[in-house]
Unconditional design. Sequence first.
Length: 107
Amino acid sequence: MKKFVIGAYCFIILCVIISFVVIPTIDKNSTSSQEIKTESSSNNSLSYIVKDFNGNIAVFEENSSTPFKVTEVCTNTLPKVDQEKLIAGIVVKSQAELNTLLEDLCS
């Protein structure tokens, strides 16, 4: 009977040690692998191309011939330098960069 009680106590202590030491370590490792996946997926994000489309400023996703956003700003109201850049297409690599460019062109 004493061996059974001692064995049960040892088992309980072992379970407590595992729950406080091993499980948090496993959770920490899985969290860092999720962070790595998030970082790598954000690095593979699409580029955008801002260019003239039927006389207005439009935004295209990379490798798309159809704009996903067309502004109400006419390109012929912009300075010649900006008009030429829009004819060639301005490539931006992030949503933040896209927002900044549109603010500059549309204001």
